[in-house]
Design a protein around this ligand. Structure first.
Ligand code: NAD
Ligand code: DAU
Length: 350
């Protein structure tokens, strides 16, 4: 089985690539290598004979056509995206370019590729679109978690662009018969996450003795999933999910931001006792515009149909993540020099 992964040099994509190679799949990774990519995340597989890399923009129609023709994949898992909400507030059009136009261009390339396949391969081909729970908008504290029947109500330019891409995938399935599966997942965390998202920001700033920014009062709730558990779920849906279906994926680990940050600080206290308590570094800062209050996922469908549930308890995953960042400075140090890193993003208004 040859899998084409888009965005495989990013956080979740690289976890998928590493797992797929470990399971004996061949992988071609198509990635533009934007600011959030780090080829070092693929050091363990880059010399493997089953791994190939193509640097390309998913919005480049000729490049997508050429990559499909050259590698003849049996499936495409589409993760390439602009993924950071705060950056989508400062520069929404990059999100429209990659997440909307890029997805449409990729779907068109797949549509043209399908008839070139022999019948057997065409019958088993599938396009797996990897999306987010943010397309459903924000939950109140007493609301039932999101599930596959929840109406779309995106609030940020990021989530609106992902919602648009979900609709495009569905339309290409209904209208052109592109065989697809779609997943909407909650917040991922773990090794190799770019240091602009909450958990690596907290860990790296606290390790350096810098203020730890918590938006608003830290009362927003996210549902956290260890990235390697997500990668397992994705390969399972790719293999066994029903065509044309959506699966919601989550960690069953809702935490208020402030509680999560304090847990990370306690873990850092054990690593750097002399700098304890790290919680003294917490600083409440101006809230994110349009900040979604709460995300939570009901995973009954994927659990019932495919037997998946999150494997890593959050306390264990957070502990592992803190230790990973402490031990892998060569991975993250160069990323601190990249545009926007270490600066407060997402406060733009009129
Ligand atoms: P990331 O920002 O770490 O990685 C994105 C990757 O896509 C990078 O390697 C980047 O170079 C590549 N890319 C960006 N634009 C591209 C383009 N035009 N052409 C080709 N490659 C391009 O993101 P992530 O956190 O790993 O998220 C991956 C996917 O999972 C995204 O689609 C995101 O919406 C979705 N998702 C993320 C989370 C999360 O918590 N991080 C949760 C649910 C869903
Ligand atoms: O729910 C899935 C989504 O999770 C993915 O689709 C996105 O790609 C991913 O970035 C993530 O979005 P969030 O906006 O939830 O993640 P982020 O890490 O940016 O923020 C998590 C929470 O922490 C959010 O409530 C904002 C808050 N926050 C964030 C940062 C970066 C802070 O309080 N301080 C910070 O410095």
């Amino acid at each position: 089985m040859k899998l084409m992964v888009t965005g495989g040099a990013g956080f979740i994509g690289s976890a998928v690539v590493r797992l797929a190679i470990a399971r004996g799949l061949s992988v071609v990774n198509v990635d533009k290598l934007t600011y959030s990519a780090n080829p070092a995340s693929l050091a363990s597989v880059e010399d493997h004979s089953a791994y190939a890399f193509e640097q390309a923009d998913i919005a480049d129609a000729e490049a997508m056509k050429a990559v499909l023709a050259r590698h003849q994949p049996d499936a495409v898992m589409h993760l390439a995206a602009e993924s950071h909400v705060d950056r989508s507030i400062d520069g929404p059009l990059a999100f429209v370019h990659t997440n909307v136009t890029g997805t449409a261009v990729l779907l068109e390339a797949v549509r043209a590729y399908l008839p070139t396949l022999e019948a057997g391969k065409r019958d088993t081909f599938r396009f797996h679109h990897v999306s987010t729970d943010e397309v459903f908008g924000a939950l109140g504290m007493a609301d039932r978690p999101f599930d596959e029947t929840t109406a779309y109500a995106p609030n940020s330019p990021y989530s609106a662009s992902k919602a648009a891409s979900d609709h495009l995938v569905r339309a290409w399935g209904e209208t052109f018969g592109v065989p697809y599966v779609l997943t909407n997942c909650s917040n991922n965390y773990g090794p190799f996450q770019f240091p602009e998202k909450l958990i690596p920001v907290v860990v790296l700033r606290a390790l350096a003795g810098l203020p730890v920014p918590v938006y608003g009062q830290g009362l927003n709730v996210r549902d956290w999933l260890y990235v390697e558990d997500h990668a397992e779920a994705l390969l399972l849906v790719l293999e066994k999910g029903r065509l044309g279906e959506t699966y919601c994926i989550g960690g069953e680990a809702e935490r208020r931001n402030i509680d999560l940050v304090k847990t990370l600080c306690l873990s850092l206290d054990a690593i750097q006792p002399a700098a304890s308590p790290h919680a003294r570094l917490i600083e409440f800062v101006t809230d994110r515009p349009g900040h979604d209050l709460r995300y939570a996922i009901d995973i009954a469908k994927i659990r019932g149909e495919l037997g998946w549930s999150p494997r890593t308890p959050i306390e264990e995953g957070l502990e592992r993540t803190v230790h990973w960042y402490r031990d892998n400075e060569t991975w993250w140090r160069p990323l601190l020099e990249r545009d926007g890193v270490g600066r407060r993003l997402g406060l733009s208004s009129f």
